[in-house]
Design a protein around this ligand. Structure first.
Ligand code: MIG
Length: 794
């Protein structure tokens, strides 16, 4: 719907602040089981510690706050945290080893400082408040130096200062542009970075929430349409600390199966078995690596989930096993809408077993989606979760190991785009409206699906891809960013979107490579594939009616380059997989904004068109048509061009040339990057591991993580962890050491190659103390090849 000028009629501005009821003056406090319970004139406030560096504050207008958390939170308060509390007349002082919380009493205002006396958050003229209509809001002072990040999946630039953002899971087919606000994911959390230091706020409220970093110059606010004002202050002080604190609360991604990190091909839709086979065979004939093909909605019998259309897919089991033999997995789409059809088992069971979302009077909610009139499982009930999870044996019995959840906002074809807000969810005996639980629907469907698959796969890691989610979605699924378009602008937009998702706990994300809607072009597909090869999730997907988008659909030059970059993805898997391993332990993203590594450098605070992979690698793609130059910012230190080894100075901008076949990649001096040889699919065993040493002045090292890539045995320690270092003995003399930290899993590598970049003709290398001769490729490049068993395993 396009607006005309009538949309901008003059109206009277009501100052929003006037409608709020302030919490008012302090009345009394009590300590109950280490929770500080405060009563004010107009509210009740509780304060409790989760960790030394995480404090939770909950305000309830009507009664002592409930301390039950949303499904997004997995952590519990730590009652062992020691703090000291003092009533100083006009203020309450609460001091822990990380925080000083000062509660001004008249009226109640909270200021939190860190141990160095640095203000983290402060309330002044306005603090916590609510309205007659059950809205809750919290105002905090905004510093002129504050930059804001996180907020999950948002359009626009990296830094969200000056933005107002709504969290309300929404199916937005179009447009995705800077003023598109609510998208598919709701992650009510953000990081404030001030002067290189950081802290975070996680607002654990599942209603529609709004974060307003725009309307005022000296304060920001976060508010919700209902519920309690329940938020956590995360102390930082670094950005990485905040992400770890947030993912301590909301959980971390389990290690994904390796095949999910390969290249994936999708299309809405591959219409039948023969088309799927043809796609798979074409990849293999052309020797383009591929790990997965998706089945979009046309595989089903009239869009009934857990069915196949027998004409188009007569033998899905054989299809799956034949493709598996080629190293290719099949992932089917599963939407939540269940076709209202009394002859369809799922619907029958759902109605009989009381599994669907209902109105309070007991009538099932029906909505139009692809199957026509449909009912929606009520995932807020654990019984329904188990039922739905179990149903997935339909897919696992066919040999499938991954599922793609779409339309799970939930999306409904009506005016509001979703379920009726007055639907009352079962919620395990604590009924709540859809208005309150809407944002959880995708997360709960994800939990049901992941747990069901995990159970049926008997030790194998499931893969789940989802469109909708809430805080904590990383525990179950990778996130793709929905219906983008084949626009250069959307390629650009995907970088800050995925970087902010990464800061919001979702380390495994990516956009549809090539663009979903609209027709792509050969050049756009090339440039997008170059980027996709280095984003955490790498899937080419396109919509019905748009031009075909498989790697070979444009000219030969395009195809050759696309193939080369897909191969490059497989070459980088050891480095990437190690980053995923780290993410599973720390919650830190794989794809990082540059300021995460260089928080003191203000050139990086809104750097949205380049990103880092881990600590050492800078990806600076070309994202404009017919363009082969761009400016690249390199922070402090020296950088190597990955392709040529040419050195670049940091703390400055460079004009970089990159023809269509080149993605600018820079590796930080003093780092080691593990790579391997390209292969057709992750099913093939690597035979060689390479360590690339980018020499500078310092000693350097890296960790390499490896395991079987498909089971949960790593949880019992069946993994391989190697530390590789290069110590500078003196000028031109390096001692390379390998230390196995863990070897309960034996990797498939036969040879290990050590490649020194940036040495000189005189470079001498010792290997664990013994001099070795290498093969000099040129003045600055030295290669040493060894047997993996001899060097590492003995
Ligand atoms: O209304 O299943 O975002 O990836 O191909 C469209 C068909 C429904 C939206 C998803 C897209 C998928 C499409 N779906």
């Amino acid at each position: 719907m396009l607006d005309s000028s009538a949309a901008i009629q003059p109206n009277k501005q009501v100052k929003i602040e006037n409608k709020f009821i302030d919490v008012g003056n302090f009345l009394s406090y009590e300590l109950i089981d280490k929770t500080i319970q405060i009563q004010t004139e107009n509210s009740f406030v509780s304060i409790l510690f989760y960790e030394r560096d995480i404090v939770r504050i909950v305000m309830n207008p009507n009664e002592v706050p409930s301390l039950k958390s949303s499904f997004g939170v997995i952590a519990h308060p730590n009652k062992e945290i020691y703090y000291h509390m003092e009533d100083r007349g006009n203020d309450l002082y609460i001091k822990s080893s990380q925080f000083l919380i000062i509660i001004r009493k008249y009226p109640l205002r909270i200021t939190i400082l860190d141990i160095k006396g640095r203000t983290i958050v402060r309330e002044n003229s306005l603090g916590m408040a609510y309205t007659e209509e059950n809205e809750v809001i919290c105002f905090k002072e905004m510093d002129t130096r504050d930059n804001f990040y996180g907020f999950g999946e948002k359009t626009g630039y990296l830094n969200k200062r000056g933005e107002k953002m709504t969290m309300w899971n929404t199916d937005v087919y179009a447009p995705h542009n800077p003023e598109t606000d609510a998208l598919y994911q709701s992650i009510p959390y953000f990081i404030t970075m001030r002067n290189g230091s950081a802290h975070g706020i996680f607002f654990d409220n599942t209603f529609k929430t709004v974060f307003d970093m725009k309307s005022s110059e000296d304060k920001y606010s976060f508010s919700a349409e209902g519920g309690q004002l329940d938020y956590y202050v995360l102390a930082g002080p670094t950005i990485k600390d905040v992400v770890m604190q947030y993912t301590f609360l909301s959980g971390r991604m389990p290690l994904p199966p390796k095949w999910s990190l390969g290249y994936h091909q999708s299309r809405y839709s591959y219409q039948d078995e023969w088309e799927v086979r043809e796609i798979a065979e074409t990849f293999r004939e052309k020797e383009i690596p591929l790990d997965c093909i998706y089945l979009d909605i046309h595989y089903m019998n009239e869009y009934r989930v857990f069915t196949f259309n027998k004409y188009n897919f007569p033998n899905p089991q054989r299809l799956v096993s034949d493709l598996k033999a080629m190293g290719i997995k099949i992932v089917p789409i599963v939407d939540p809408g269940v076709k209202a059809d009394p002859e369809y088992t799922i619907y029958l069971e759902g109605v009989r077993g009381d599994k669907f979302c209902k109105y309070i009077e007991g009538d099932i909610f029906f909505g139009e989606v692809w199957p026509g009139k449909s009912a929606f499982p009520d995932f807020t009930s654990s019984e329904v979760q188990t039922w739905w999870g179990d149903k997935h044996n339909f897919y696992t019995n066919l040999g499938m190991e991954g599922i793609w959840n779409d339309m799970n906002e939930p999306s409904v074809f009506n005016e509001s785009k979703t379920m009726d807000l007055s639907v009352v969810h079962h919620n395990d005996g604590v009924p709540k409206t859809h208005k309150e639980l809407h944002n959880l629907y995708g997360l709960l469907m994800g939990a049901a699906t992941y747990e069901g698959m995990k159970e049926q796969l008997k030790g194998k890691r499931p893969f789940l891809l989802t469109r909708a989610g809430f805080t904590g979605i990383q525990r179950y699924a990778a996130v793709w960013t929905g219906d983008n378009r084949s626009f250069w602008e959307h390629l650009k937009l995907s970088l800050p979107m995925c970087m902010n998702l990464g800061l919001s706990g979702v380390a495994f994300s990516g956009p549809d490579v090539g663009g979903f809607a609209h027709d792509t072009t050969g050049q756009l597909l090339v440039r997008w594939t170059q980027v996709g090869a280095f984003t955490p999730f790498f899937r080419n997907h396109s919509a019905i009616g748009t031009s075909r988008q498989e790697p070979w659909c444009y000219n030969e030059e395009n195809e050759t380059i696309i193939k080369r970059y897909i191969e490059e993805r497989y070459r980088w898997l050891p480095y990437l997989y190690t980053l995923f391993y780290e993410a599973s332990i720390t919650g830190l993203p794989v794809m990082r904004p540059v300021f995460m590594e260089y928080p003191k450098d203000d050139q990086t605070y809104n750097l949205s068109n380049q990103f880092m992979l881990g600590e050492s690698v800078m990806i600076a793609p070309i994202m404009d048509p017919d363009t082969n130059y761009r400016s690249v910012y390199l922070p402090k230190g020296n950088w190597y061009c990955y392709w040529t080894d040419k050195k670049f100075e940091g703390e400055t901008h460079h004009l970089i040339k990159a023809e269509l076949d080149e993605l600018p990649i820079f590796v930080k001096e003093n780092s080691v990057i593990p790579l391997t040889e390209p292969k057709q699919s992750t099913k093939e065993k690597d035979r060689k591991i390479e360590f690339h040493f980018y020499l500078g002045e310092d000693d350097i090292n890296c960790i390499l993580y490896e395991d079987d890539g498909e089971t949960f045995n790593y949880e019992d320690g069946e993994s391989f962890i190697l530390e590789v270092s290069a110590k500078k003995i003196k000028k031109d003399e390096w001692n390379i050491c390998t230390t196995t930290i863990q070897k309960n899993f034996i990797p498939s590598w036969e040879t290990v190659e050590l490649i020194l970049h940036g040495g000189s003709a005189d470079t001498i290398v010792l290997l664990n103390g013994t001099p070795v001769k290498g093969q000099r490729v040129d003045e600055q490049l030295l290669r040493i090849e060894k047997s993996f068993d001899e060097l590492v395993m003995s």
